[in-house]
Design a protein around this ligand. Structure first.
Ligand code: ADP
Ligand code: MG
Length: 281
């Protein structure tokens, strides 16, 4: 008999399997059995209040931190771990991080143009005219003009600096951008510009996004799927539109109620919050 095997489902671009991490000799659980997957071109939001473990999880996925348990898989294979050059370069080809504070990834003595040229050579080996062309493409992609590209980080606006950080992350042509509170420090109007930019880049290049934020409205706008974290645990996950329209978990409802709206009652929210936290110590 000629048995046909089921069509192979390709593994997700990146998968987190049961990630856990404690600090203070086990006293503080920053991540407890966190699992999710991100498909090629997908956009996953990780949302929760400050201290819920979002940064811990994103740093583990990016390979900047070791987990105590669990695994990160890239296209079905264990992600290269460690701080060695080879492991870092392999990971860098797949994923790049963008932080809240672009100063973390930008050299204060390098113009945007110089920073991009350096990182392009590191990842692609390009030099000379080809490299200049690639710098120009990246600057176009993130909407920076020639004048801005010649300035040092301190002479750029916050939004422009974040554009440079995004261009720098894209230079390696990664398949996933991990953005940890990447718009949190920006004015609301600039936030919107950067979000639109990221959405456009996702559509143009097919890069996937892992968007870490305390801000539900931002996550609602930019992601397709969401994972809600509370004290290191995943309390709810699903399609962003569905989870935010009909949250099943009390914590997600609390987060939603905390967003100011016309009929918002901050006092009721703070009472509900206190009750929830008392019941979940
Ligand atoms: P979030 O990004 O959601 O604000 P974090 O992942 O930064 O949360 O932190 C989760 C918890 O782990 C917090 O209680 C934080 O204080 C703690 N934590 C994070 N990093 C460290 C560290 N390096 N050492 C000790 N505790 C840490
Ligand atoms: Mg954080």
């Amino acid at each position: 008999m000629n048995r046909q095997s089921a069509p192979a489902v390709p593994p997700p671009l990146v998968e987190a399997r049961g990630l856990s991490k404690t600090y203070n000799h086990g006293a503080l659980v920053a991540a407890d059995d966190i699992s999710f997957s991100i498909e090629s071109g997908g956009a996953l939001g990780i949302v929760g209040e400050s201290g819920s473990g979002k940064t811990t999880v994103s740093r583990i996925v990016a390979g900047l931190e070791r987990s105590d348990g669990g695994a990160v898989l890239i296209a079905g294979d264990p992600a290269p771990v460690g701080r060695g050059h080879r492991a870092r370069m392999l990971r860098a080809k797949v994923m790049q991080m963008v932080f809240q504070d672009p100063y973390q990834s930008l050299d204060p003595r390098q113009s945007a143009r110089e920073a991009l040229a350096e990182i392009i050579t590191l990842h692609t080996g390009l030099r000379g005219r080809e490299r200049t062309a690639r710098v120009g493409d990246l600057l176009d992609q993130v909407g920076l003009d020639a004048a801005a590209s010649a300035r040092m980080p301190r002479d750029l606006s916050g939004g422009q600096r974040q554009r440079v950080a995004i261009a720098r992350a894209l230079a390696a042509e990664p398949k996933l951008l991990i953005l940890d509170e990447a718009v949190a420090a920006l004015d609301v109007s600039i936030q919107a510009q950067i979000l639109r930019l990221l959405d456009a880049i996702r559509r143009e290049t097919g890069v996937a996004l892992m968007f870490v934020s305390h801000d539900l409205e931002v996550v609602r706008w930019i992601t397709d799927d969401v994972l809600v974290m509370f004290r290191g645990r995943a309390v709810e996950a699903g399609r962003t539109a569905e989870v935010l329209a009909e949250p099943e978990h009390a914590y997600t409802r609390l987060l939603l109620d905390s967003v100011p709206s016309p009929d918002w009652d901050p006092r009721a929210v703070s009472i509900a919050r206190r009750e929830f936290l008392t019941a979940n110590v």
